[in-house]
Design a binder for this molecule. Structure first.
Ligand code: NAP
Length: 353
């Protein structure tokens, strides 16, 4: 089988490095082109990157020359993954899509636009068709497809079975977000975060209160009808390395009879089989732990190679009101891993293989 050629924008950052790790030995994709900021263009990847992954960087990728973030250098690839900072992503990604390239991006711009798919393939793979409108709405020859905010991806996976089985009226979530969520360069200074919890992350609560409604919404014709519940979010930064932990209280339309019924909803949920067969999909998108002291970032973030979220501490607080904790790997399910899964969905759906 000929591999699908892919490129990567923002390859030297934290999310970029996870992409490189996931794409290095990917069964369908071959990573052909890498770029970083203008100051690093022309340098070898291995010289420009401060590699902090737990697996060695391959010699082949290390020797690759970084190119500028310009479409002309990517014209031979089928999919471009983007791990650009939000401040530059909007303009660069639009330029790529205008020139005919398909961009799967982690950055915030366009996420809530009606013609842009915001995908967690297990939940809403069928929203991928939204991007077909972009030739008419934006004059793009290519397409932009978005990955959700990291905390949103983790929360939404845990909500999907509850929404389908019990219906949701209200969701209240407090996040305890790891340091790697803030990136490497320009991340949180150690003197601010050691021995501390920061009670505010700019823009995060707004994303948590809006993105899940689009992801969990239904396709109606060529549009998404947003889900009809409310989300109230509080986002905090804590001194863990990777893995966002979230305390979630849900008010459901139907009242589960007890914790066992909630746990069964997650355990027995039938995620789409076509998606489960994609190479990066975990066998269980949601894992439930029964122990009182789980989930924990250090112990649970690598579940399903970082693609599963782990639910625990499930408790009915009053009839129709339940509380649980959910944890997920912010750089994998919350970023590069989910984006690679979107790339696999795109390749399969549009016959690139
Ligand atoms: N960290 C997470 O958990 C997470 C989760 C979900 C989504 N995201 C999103 O993913 C994106 C990347 O996040 P990150 O944490 O990996 O950030 P990061 O560590 O700051 O990396 C940014 C990357 O973009 C490159 N870059 C910077 N300015 C550029 C420019 N003007 N032109 C071209 N390339 C440029 C950098 O190259 P140099 O090395 O040359 O500077 C680097 O490769 C952001 O949009 C972020 O919001 C992050």
């Amino acid at each position: 089988m000929d591999k699908v050629k892919v490129g990567l924008l923002g390859s030297t950052g934290l999310v970029g490095q996870v992409f490189v790790k996931l794409l290095d030995k990917h069964p369908w994709f071959s990573l052909e082109v890498l770029s970083a900021s203008p100051g690093n263009a022309g340098r070898k990847y291995g010289d420009a990157v401060h590699w902090i992954m737990d697996t060695p960087l391959s010699r082949e990728t290390s020797e690759k020359k970084l190119v500028p973030a310009e479409p002309e250098y990517f014209k031979d690839v089928d999919i471009v993954f983007s791990a650009l900072p939000s401040s530059v992503a909007g303009e660069v990604e639009a330029r790529f899509a205008r020139s005919g390239l398909v961009v799967v991006s982690n950055a915030r711009p366009f996420r809530l636009d009606p013609d842009v798919p915001l995908l967690i393939p297990e939940i809403n793979w069928d929203h991928i068709r939204l991007a077909e409108r972009q030739s008419g709405t934006r004059g793009y020859e290519g397409r932009i497809i978005k990955n959700p905010n990291c905390s949103t991806a983790i929360l939404s996976l845990s909500l999907k079975p509850l929404l389908d089985i019990f219906g949701l009226k209200r969701v209240t979530v407090t996040t305890l977000q790891a340091l790697s969520g803030a990136g490497y360069r320009g991340g949180v200074p150690s003197l601010d975060i050691l021995d501390n919890v920061l009670p505010y992350i700019k823009g995060e609560e707004e994303k948590l209160e809006s993105e899940p409604l689009k992801i969990l919404g239904r396709m109606s014709g060529s549009r998404v009808e947003p889900a009809g519940f409310k989300v109230n979010a509080t986002a905090t930064r804590v001194p863990t390395l990777h893995g966002h932990l979230e305390s979630v209280t849900v008010e459901t339309a139907e009242k589960p009879t007890g914790e066992e019924e909630l746990v069964e909803a997650w355990k027995d949920y039938r995620w789409p089989g076509e998606i489960k067969r994609l190479p990066t999909a975990p066998s269980d998108p949601v894992i439930v732990r029964a122990e009182d002291d789980r989930p924990q970032p250090r112990l649970d973030r690598d579940s399903g190679k970082g693609m599963s979220v782990v639910v625990g501490r499930v408790k009915i607080k009053e009839p129709g009101v339940a509380r649980y904790l959910v944890l997920g790997h912010n750089l994998v399910r919350g970023a590069a891993g989910n984006a690679v899964l979107i790339g696999e969905l795109y390749a399969k759906y549009y016959g690139l293989l």
